[in-house]
Every structure is written in structure tokens, then in C-alpha cells.
Write a protein that binds this ligand. Structure first.
Ligand SMILES: Nc1ncnc2c1ncn2[C@@H]1O[C@H](COP(=O)(O)OP(=O)(O)OP(=O)(O)O)[C@@H](O)[C@H]1O
Ligand SMILES: [Mg+2]
Length: 307
């Protein structure tokens, strides 16, 4: 049995094709991510699977049950991260968890277990209004886990968090996966998708444009190595870099940041330094790296995920 299976799901708002024929299935215990820019249709897809929005067409099954006929049963077996803003500001972390716990019947995690799972031990007696953004996010994650859900949904769990809080949230999500829970998440952050997700659906304008493990997506679309650097002074024309041996697709940003894709890294680096020596341009902060999901997205759509 798949944890989630959706087939040719569509949801249009007037002329906006928010979800335009999306199909995928997610195995139990998997961390599955939808990665895409603003307006790609991530939230709409997520809320359709959660049973919060009705699709125009297509089928959705969750934990082997057809969503259309089993909304209530499914609801008891999934966890949805709530919006974090209004979490009873005058209650402590412990009190918020105790309160929400009373909303559920059946098997539950204890407040102590939840506090430990999301690593809020030191803040358990702090009023929720006095938590940092990252701590509040973790409290809302804990709320989604009270009923020992078989699947949890996180819609952009780390948007707005600083890098340290983001990493801490990643640890929490890994812990959740270790406990056997299937995780469905959406994100703008390619690094997040790459480190957390077993499989990723890259979405743009309501359609899946690539689907697979992060490594398979990168290998499938990239034989090239990425060279990046900053130009000091005036940028030469993009065409200048196209002349370097091995370079397939040069790009120069307005701020002088250059991205080159090379199929022959030794020759390309040689050609680049030769040009710099001859005075064509000057550069610093040279970085040679493997392609990432961001590069895959750029190649497939011609745009950066964050614009
Ligand atoms: N209730 C609605 N009424 C009208 N249009 C909507 C509605 N919900 C979503 N849309 C439109 O559908 C498209 C997809 O929106 P959605 O919220 O699913 O994107 P998203 O990928 O979650 O974006 P973000 O990264 O900004 O959260 C957008 O163009 C949005 O404006
Ligand atoms: Mg969204």
C-alpha cells in the first residue's frame, strides 16, 4: 500500500491552472518533497491531499483509502502542521500541547514525548508568545504529531527561519521519519529538498517537470560541473565565456556573478585563467562544485527558484 497516491489531479481558479494534471505516489516511510517557486501549486496540491480543498478532477488516495469517501478516517491518521501565528500566546509550550491533546481520542503521544521529539525541553514552561520563530515552528510541528499520524504534512516548514533554526528543523524532520512516519513537505529551498527528501517532485506552473531522487535528477540532467565566480570591475559579454573549452551554458548576472557549466573542467579552468591573465577580466571567489537541484531547475525552466 502506498501512503499517498494521486492521479491526474487538476484544480483551476479561473484561468489560473494552480494544479494541472499532477500524478505521483509516495511510499510509506518516505520523505517526499514538492519543490518549486511561488505560485507553482504546492499548497494547493498539499491541501487537496489533506482533504481541505476539492480537486476539479483526478483521484486521491491516502493510506489505501479513496479520499472522496473516507475523509474522516483519513483525518484521524494524518497530521497537518498548523499556521503558527495564533498559538494561544498566554499558554506555555506544555499547556498548549496539553490543550491540543484533549482534542484527540485514541492513541496519542504524551506531552513529554512531543517536547523531546521537537527538542523544546528548555522552553517547555515558556509562554508561546515568547518563543522565537524557529521554536514556534517546532511547537506547531509537535501539534501535528500528537495523534501519532502515519503521514505528516509540512507546508514550507523552514520559510523565514535563520540557518541554524532551519538545520534544527531538519533534524526534527529526520527524527520524525525515523519513527516510521511518512513526511510530505513543500519547500522553496533546493538545499532542503536535497538533504531531506528521498524523492522530490520539481513543480512549476501547476505541473511536475521532474520527479525522482535528488541524485538521480541531478545525474539525469547534468553531466557538467559548475564553475562560479565573481567578476571584479566590468563584466565581459556572456559570449566571452562561451569561447572557453568545455563550457556549455554560460550565465552572467547583473551583479557580476558568473555561472558556467563545464563538461571538461580541467580545460575550462585553464581557459578561464588564461583569459584572466591576458587581462580580459578579473575574478575572485572561484568555486567549483557539483550541480544541485537549483541548477536542474534553472536548466529546465530557465529561471531561478527564488526570484
Ligand atoms: N483560493 C484561490 N483562489 C484563486 N487563486 C488561487 C487560490 N489558491 C491558489 N490560487 C492560485 O493558484 C496558484 C498556485 O497557488 P499555490 O498557493 O498552490 O502555490 P504555492 O506553490 O504554494 O506558492 P508559494 O510558494 O507562494 O506558497 C497561484 O497562482 C495562486 O494565485
Ligand atoms: Mg504555498
Amino acid at each position: 500500500m502506498q501512503a499517498i497516491e494521486i492521479n491526474d489531479v487538476k484544480k483551476y481558479y479561473g484561468s489560473t491552472k494552480a494544479v494541472d494534471g499532477v500524478s505521483f505516489s509516495i511510499g510509506q516511510g518516505e520523505v517526499f518533497g514538492m519543490l518549486g517557486p511561488n505560485g507553482a501549486g504546492k499548497t494547493t496540491t498539499t491541501e487537496i491531499i489533506e482533504g481541505l480543498r476539492l480537486p476539479d478532477s483526478g483521484s486521491v488516495s491516502v493510506l489505501g483509502l479513496d479520499l472522496a469517501g473516507h475523509k474522516k478516517q483519513i483525518k484521524n491518521r494524518i497530521g497537518v502542521q498548523l499556521q503558527t501565528t495564533a498559538l494561544y500566546p498566554r499558554l506555555t509550550v506544555r499547556e498548549v500541547l496539553d490543550l491540543f491533546s484533549t482534542f484527540f481520542n485514541g492513541e496519542k503521544r504524551t506531552t513529554d514525548q512531543l517536547i523531546e521529539l521537537v527538542n523544546l525541553q528548555e522552553k517547555q514552561d515558556t509562554l508561546s508568545k515568547d518563543l522565537s520563530g524557529g521554536q514556534r515552528q517546532r511547537l506547531s510541528v509537535a501539534l501535528a504529531l500528537i495523534n501519532k499520524p502515519e503521514i505528516v504534512f509540512f507546508d514550507e516548514p523552514t520559510t523565514g527561519l535563520d540557518p541554524q533554526a532551519r538545520r534544527s528543523m531538519w533534524d526534527t524532520i529526520r527524527e520524525i521519519q525515523k519513527s516510521g512516519t511518512t513526511v510530505f513537505l513543500t519547500t522553496h529551498y533546493m538545499e532542503e529538498a536535497q538533504t531531506l527528501c528521498d524523492r522530490v517532485a520539481v513543480v512549476d506552473a501547476g505541473k511536475i517537470i521532474a520527479l525522482g531522487t535528488p541524485n538521480s535528477l541531478i545525474n539525469q540532467h547534468f553531466q557538467e560541473t559548475v564553475i562560479e565566480f565573481n567578476i571584479i570591475g566590468n563584466s565581459p559579454q556572456v559570449g566571452t565565456f562561451a569561447k572557453i573549452k568545455g563550457i556549455t551554458k554560460p550565465g552572467v548576472r547583473e551583479d557580476g556573478h558568473v555561472t558556467l557549466y563545464s563538461t571538461d573542467i580541467t580545460s575550462s579552468l585553464g581557459g578561464l585563467t588564461d583569459m584572466a591573465k591576458s587581462g580580459t577580466f578579473q575574478f575572485d571567489a572561484l568555486n567549483v562544485r557539483r550541480a544541485t537541484l537549483e541548477d536542474v531547475f534553472l536548466k529546465l525552466t530557465g529561471k531561478h527558484i527564488r526570484e
